[in-house]
Design a protein around this ligand. Structure first.
Ligand code: NAD
Length: 492
């Protein structure tokens, strides 16, 4: 359980523990997680070392075969109980998560509920983890069956920690695996509550939660020879690194949910007010644009470009920044000092590249924003398709507006980055929007929408945005491996 003690920082900080083999453990080391709104320390999280990873893998290997023999309905019942207990601690998780991430409380209320909804979905479709019989030959029966992979590792990013951690374990567990979860180092605290609830509900060793830096804890998990299935959510460079590092050890099944530089194409027949509101909503300012699905490139037809841009700028300038725990706040601080610097660097890169900073681009005025990682919501106009701000993922509250004349040109711009996660199209001409949707090189398209996820619909990217699909049947099946059986019926 959490403990409070005096520490090297001179104030009482709570200790948040990791989960290994059913026990909530201290680490050899601790890391302090700070509040991005004011840089104050929030708590200490245990850091998992290489020996902890080894213990966790061994515990998972002991727990997994027993779990896999449990009736699928028993597994579903255990996961539903996990979901109910997490929801019972929902307020505590929400308060901690908002302080640890800087994401605003209004929108964050949906995160835990969304993860538990996914849990319910996988519990409901678990009976669909099934094989086939093939009538190929006269004297044989040909069967295929699906088996769990064994020990599955899931590594998650900082923007929605509890959502990703819960979502990360339900697919693997429903399919009969044991799971190792690596929380993000910037916002790790809520993972300790997840650990407590897992320890109450699930067999020891089935879920192990191993916080720590990516380069040490994460790397030890990736390179562990008995972890053959890895699902990673994070940035493109880390995803490529994980593929490389995993391949140095043995052959592993690695799926990747990576970054995006998602286009929103606005056709000339759209009401400029509707388009501007959609562009602002699609940027996910409620979590500072720190979302893989943010539509950070808004491509507007030249005939309505100025009207739309004007409204976006006015809307963004009117946004209320403030304490993320205050329900009135529409945007909070950037998640960490390092990421704040990265976002600020992109403001400079955009300006140097010739884009016009039409809103934001600097620390907000006022004593409330002197400490912490605050930047105003930012809009660049006059952005050309070849500028770095139009091509690279910032993962921050920076929206770029581009202009187009011909729909083929808009699609070419949309497809011109290394990413292919998502795209949005706004038009009253559904036929034209459908034709454009079919030409977008990405995994998820919204027509007259942006940002929504719909359980059961495969989510994932093309190109450098990743491989594999999540939030759907494909994800559940990806935690199984197929075995084919051929039974000779006569002549033995
Ligand atoms: P990141 O790649 O820096 O880190 C993600 C996770 O990987 C963290 O837990 C980190 O500790 C770990 N890690 C880092 N180096 C590692 C290594 N060498 N070996 C093993 N693990 C390592 O990403 P981030 O900054 O936390 O998150 C932002 C990125 O995540 C953005 O690019 C965003 O688009 C992407 N993202 C994608 C999705 C999606 O569904 N496609 C969802 C959310 C975020």
């Amino acid at each position: 359980m959490e403990t409070t003690r005096m520490n090297a920082f001179g104030s009482g900080l709570k200790d948040y523990r990791m989960l290994i083999d059913g026990e909530l453990c201290a680490g050899h080391e601790w890391a302090v997680s700070d509040n991005p709104a004011d840089e104050s320390p929030l708590g200490r999280i245990a850091v998992a070392g290489t020996d902890d990873v080894e213990r966790a893998v061994s515990a998972a290997e002991r727990a997994q075969p027993i779990w896999a023999t449990r009736d699928v309905h028993e597994r579903a019942a255990a996961l539903r109980e996990l979901g109910a207990r997490l929801l019972a601690r929902g307020d505590e998780i929400l308060q901690l998560e908002v302080r640890d991430t800087g994401n605003t409380i209004g929108k964050m209320r949906g995160d835990l509920a969304g993860a538990v909804h996914l849990l319910d979905y996988y519990a409901g479709i678990a009976c669909e983890i099934k094989g086939e019989t093939l009538p190929f030959t006269r004297d044989r029966l040909h069967l295929s069956m699906r088996e769990p992979c064994g020990v599955v590792a899931r590594i998650v990013p900082f923007n929605h920690p509890i959502y990703f951690e819960v979502a990360a374990l339900v697919g693997p567990l429903m399919a009969g695996n044991a799971a190792l979860i690596k929380p993000p180092e910037q916002s790790p605290l809520s993972s300790a509550i997840l650990g407590e609830v897992c320890a109450e509900v699930l067999p020891a060793g089935l879920v192990n939660i191993l916080p720590g830096p990516g380069q040490t804890t994460g790397d030890a998990i990736v390179r562990h020879p008995r972890v053959r299935r890895i699902a990673f959510t994070g940035s493109v460079p880390t995803g490529m690194m994980i593929q490389r590092r995993a391949a140095e050890v043995c052959v592993k099944h690695v799926t990747l949910e990576l970054g995006g530089k998602n286009p929103m194409i606005v056709f000339p027949d759209v009401d400029p007010e509707v388009a501007a509101n959609a562009a602002i909503a699609g940027m996910n300012f409620a979590w500072q644009g720190q979302s893989c699905g943010s539509t950070s490139r808004v491509l507007v037809h030249e005939s309505i470009h100025d009207e739309v841009a004007e409204r976006i700028v006015a809307g963004v300038k009117a946004m209320h920044l403030g304490d993320p725990l205050d329900a009135r706040s529409q945007m909070g601080p950037i998640n960490s000092a390092r990421h704040y610097q990265r976002v600020m660097d992109y403001v400079a890169i955009a300006k140097d590249g010739g884009a016009h900073c039409a809103a934001g681009g600097k620390r907000p005025a006022g004593s409330a924003f002197e400490r912490g990682y605050w930047i105003e919501p930012t809009v660049f106009t006059g952005v050309a398709a070849d500028m770095r701000i139009a091509r690279e993922e910032v993962f921050g509250p920076i929206l770029s507006i581009l202009k187009w004349r011909d729909v083929e040109e808009a699609i070419a711009i949309a497809n011109s980055t290394e990413y292919g996660l998502a795209g949005a199209l706004w038009s009253n001409d559904l036929g034209a929007a459908m034709k454009a949707a079919m030409k977008l090189d990405c995994g998820y398209v919204w027509i007259n929408g942006a940002g929504g996820h719909f359980t059961g619909m495969p989510f994932g990217g093309t190109k450098n945005s990743g491989v594999g699909r999540e939030e759907c049947m494909d994800e559940l099946l990806s935690y199984t491996r197929q075995k084919s059986l051929h039974v000779t019926l006569s002549g033995v």
